[in-house]
Design a protein around this ligand. Structure first.
Ligand code: THU
Length: 132
């Protein structure tokens, strides 16, 4: 699977009229199912939703169960249309940690040639999991 190519196509669906910063994310589950998300901005700025959470929430809406996420892939392009590395924001890290039961591997594309691979535990140490 050429994730860079698929994410580049998906970037066209991002709705980022205010920042010009486009983000595409693909979530892969244990059985190899793929779910897609893009960032969607709102003129009421805080209403904006990130690509990663859109991908994960779509997966859940389509029946994915907690713990089934194994990979999260992220590609971003700035307002000048240059590919730039985008690490997930704090809110997305929390959701990735919870929905993968702290097991996800996060692939961040810096360019066509360079991807860095991170565990969610590395990106969000000591994640909050329980109200008990
Ligand atoms: N954004 C994402 O979609 N994911 C990230 O990991 C970082 C930020 C979006 C939110 C907003 O639409 C734009 O990027 C600029 O912050």
């Amino acid at each position: 699977m050429d994730y860079f190519k698929a994410l580049t196509l998906l970037l066209e669906n991002a709705s980022a009229p205010y920042s010009g910063f486009q983000v595409a994310s693909m979530v892969v589950t244990q059985d190899g199912t793929l779910f897609k998300g893009v960032n969607v901005e709102s003129v009421a700025y805080p209403t904006t939703m990130c690509a990663e959470r859109n991908a994960i929430f779509t997966a859940i809406a389509q029946g994915m169960k907690t713990g089934e996420i194994v990979e999260v892939h992220i590609l971003a392009r700035n307002a000048e249309k240059n590919v730039v590395a985008a690490f997930p924001c704090g809110s997305c890290r929390q959701v990735i940690a919870e929905q993968s039961l702290n097991k996800a591997t996060v692939y961040i594309y810096h360019s066509k040639e360079k991807v860095t691979i991170h565990t969610i535990e590395e990106l969000l140490p000591n994640a909050f999991f329980s109200l008990d």
